[in-house]
Write a new protein. Structure first.
Length: 245
């Protein structure tokens, strides 16, 4: 019994350390988005009685649960403007997910609204996306660099030499400062673009998403929540932290 209690205490301590902040990080202005134990600080519906989400807290991670719960985005309750977001993630073989940020509204295409509409459906954020996908096995990523891991999905391909592999932990970060955006993957900067530049306009204009790219490029709205996407397969997130810039 004593050994079981000690092991449980060690596990709890390890999970707390994993999804925590150091004194130096706190002093530097970092905020924790996931406490490793609950969905506190996250939302997925504006209904008074939200449906069970397709997400679970599992061993200190936020995990998608394909086949269980309602397929929804997880959104931070807080909104952010300029920041650096850091997170770690792992996916099963063939999975597809992402992190959405800088929402320009909710809904699709030309029918954007300012706030999430009430109703039984999931919240649909319309924003930029840090793509997470099995580069080798998912059809959406093969031969489409703008759909591969760490891309600004459908718009900007990442500058990387290797495919993102499943079943291992990766580290990522998003830097959003004004119109300047950076995506990092496993310690390397793979996207670096200024949305106000001619280069960005040319890249976005080549996208197949003709109805949405002008809105996303303009970035009239700079402050919004951040969303974790459920798409295909199981994906795990941990150590989600943010620093306002």
């Amino acid at each position: 019994m004593l050994r079981t209690i000690l092991l449980a205490g060690l596990l709890t301590g390890a999970l707390a350390a994993q999804n925590g902040l150091t004194d130096a990080e706190r002093a530097d202005g970092w905020e924790l988005l996931f406490d490793g134990r609950s969905l506190d600080g996250w939302m997925w519906s504006v209904n008074a009685n939200p449906p069970p989400p397709c997400w679970a807290v599992e061993a200190g991670t936020l995990r998608t649960t394909p086949g269980t719960g309602t397929p929804v985005y997880l959104l931070t309750e807080a909104s952010f403007r300029d920041y650096e977001l850091r997170f770690e993630w792992k996916m099963e073989v063939g999975a597809n997910s992402g992190v959405k940020y800088r929402f320009q509204g909710y809904g699709g295409g030309k029918g954007l609204v300012e706030t999430p509409p009430a109703g039984p459906g999931r919240i649909e954020p319309n924003g930029l996306e840090y793509q997470i996908i099995d580069d080798m096995r998912h059809a959406d990523a093969r031969n489409r660099p703008t759909h591969s891991t760490a891309a600004i999905y459908a718009y900007v391909a990442p500058d990387k030499d290797e495919a993102a592999l499943p079943e291992i932990w990766h580290s990522s970060s998003i830097v959003a400062r004004g119109l300047h955006l950076e995506h990092w993957l496993d310690g390397r900067k793979v996207v670096d673009i200024d949305l106000g530049s001619p280069q960005a306009e040319a890249v976005f204009a080549r996208s197949e998403r003709k109805n949405t790219w002008p809105v996303l490029l303009k970035q009239a709205r700079r402050e919004s929540p951040i969303a974790l996407q459920f798409h295909d397969g199981a994906v795990w997130f941990r150590n989600l932290k943010i620093k306002r810039l």
